[in-house]
Design a protein around this ligand. Structure first.
Ligand code: B12
Ligand code: SF4
Ligand code: SF4
Length: 396
């Protein structure tokens, strides 16, 4: 404690940059500082660190590693915490138990990683080049629509590897604690990225930017350095509410509020059980995720396509027929989708989703024949959805 006081005293004499001074522990109580933070204090290294210059270098390294934007925020998420708790209390998370499991911790970065002072947020574009036109696929009921984010390699691995590299570069420069995340922990990623000036939150609840619309992933580094924070951008949704109007299941119940239980992304990816019967016709031919609220967003006209080879379309998933995908046996499912985010839902759920889409497809001989091949499937979940689809075509 003595060394901290000493450091603080030096700060008052002007030895610190203002940024670092504000982060020193108060005299009255000692927050959960990490070992590396304490070592910095003890070695009296803080006064020598130019955090403004370090922040600029971190942003430049991030861009060199393929992130389109890098920003920094503090850890205060009080308003978001209230909304999160209300969302959970309303049951809008449905069966996503992992969202409720950590409660308020999701909105308290320093409880997830003690000592965290800043979050470095990054975004990486994913809209693939050379993908079949989305509107054409959505309009053709015999084809399978797969979200643009899932046409290539699983983004978790891609982003995690890059974030680890960035964290290593930071650690090589200065002793610190860095923890990297991308959709892998109780983290309010959109809220943090918004604070870090990577964009604003659209009424569909996703983050979007003037340069890239919303076709990007987010990731973070929790860090125990008092880096200078960025100033959030203004919201540019204005009077537009196109995303709310277009949503096939009316899942966006009010601006910035999503009832996940109605969202097609939830129904096709997160929900493991039977899809509510009343929502099945609204799913159309979307077999994995949904992009409608993004496709209609005017800001996505400005979006750039990614040049990341990992996000290039694999296995013709941008333009496959439902019958063709439904014919895959389990071995084919595993071999074609290894390394893809789709693989995570498993074969049974994959067949369930395609059965619903086939139920919504035009009743061609090919569609009916495909459904009949699975009417005796060993999985009760698959059989039930196939039965529903056949009944929808008036063939019980
Ligand atoms: C759970 C989850 C889902 C759920 C629920 C989505 C949701 N909006 O909550 C489901 C399965 C439906 C889903 C779908 C999708 N997801 Co998702 N998902 C997540 C996850 C894991 C957590 C999101 C979360 O915290 N939800 C909790 C609720 C409470 O948060 P919220 O809806 O954002 O609400 C906040 C605000 O709206 C605000 N708020 C609430 N009420 C009010 C009221 C007012 C008046 C105001 C001002 C504010 C306000 O406070 C809340 C708390 O911050 C994140 C990754 C992460 N760890 O953050 C990815 C993430 C958000 N998803 C992502 C993606 C890509 C998608 C899809 C596009 C995938 C697809 N194509 O199918 C869809 C889009 C659907 C949509 N319109 O949101 C990306 C978004 C990237 C971006 N550009 O923003 C993320 C960040 C993953 C990543 N690492 O890239 N997802
Ligand atoms: S992803 Fe689809 S279902 Fe979900 S909110 Fe957007 S438009 Fe609605
Ligand atoms: S469609 Fe309109 S309201 Fe929705 S996020 Fe885009 S600009 Fe905002």
């Amino acid at each position: 404690m003595q060394c901290v006081r000493e450091a603080r005293r030096k700060g008052r004499r002007g030895g610190f940059v203002g940024q670092a001074y504000r982060e020193l522990p108060p005299f009255g109580g000692m927050p959960a500082y990490t070992t590396s933070a304490m070592i910095r204090f003890m070695q009296n290294r803080v006064p020598q660190t130019d955090y403004n210059a370090l922040a600029a270098r971190i942003k430049a390294w991030g861009k060199a590693l393929g992130f389109q934007a890098v920003g920094i925020s503090d850890t205060h998420l009080d308003a978001a915490e209230a909304h999160l708790l209300q969302w959970l209390a309303d049951g809008h998370h449905g069966a996503m138990d992992y969202m409720a499991k950590h409660g308020a911790k999701r909105a308290r970065p320093a409880e997830l990683v003690p000592g965290t002072l800043r979050i470095v947020s990054v975004r990486m574009d994913y809209y693939p080049q050379h993908a079949k036109d989305t509107h054409e696929v959505l309009a053709d009921g015999s084809r399978a629509f797969i979200s643009r984010y899932a046409l290539g390699r699983d983004y978790h691995k891609v982003l995690r590897n890059r974030l680890e590299k960035l964290a290593r570069q930071i650690r090589d420069e200065i002793e610190c604690q860095c923890r990297v995340y991308t959709d892998s922990a109780p983290v309010l990623e959109v809220e943090l990225a918004q604070k870090a000036r990577l964009g604003w939150r659209g009424k569909h609840t996703l983050l979007l930017s003037r340069e890239q619309g919303s076709w990007f992933f987010l990731g973070e580094i929790y860090i125990d350095l008092p880096l200078p924070v960025d100033v959030p951008q203004d919201n540019h949704c204005g009077t537009c509410n196109a995303c709310m109007t277009i949503c096939p299941t009316q899942a966006i119940t009010a601006p910035y509020q999503l009832d996940a239980r109605r969202c097609i992304s939830y129904l096709t990816i997160e929900l493991k059980d039977s899809i509510p019967v009343e929502l099945r016709p609204l799913i159309g031919n979307r077999v994995y995720g949904c992009d409608d609220c993004q496709l209609v967003c005017p800001w996505n006209r400005f979006a750039q396509k990614t040049t990341e080879p990992d996000f290039a379309v694999r296995n013709g998933l941008d333009d496959a027929s439902l019958a063709e995908l439904f014919a895959w046996d389990e071995t084919t499912f595993h071999s074609r989708l290894a390394g893809s985010a789709i693989h995570r839902i498993g074969y049974e759920q994959w067949l369930r989703n395609i059965a619903v889409a086939l139920g919504n497809a035009p009743a061609t001989p090919e569609v009916l024949a495909a459904l009949r091949t699975r009417s005796q499937h060993p999985s009760g979940l698959v059989r039930e959805h196939v039965e529903w689809a056949l009944q929808r075509h008036s063939i019980g």
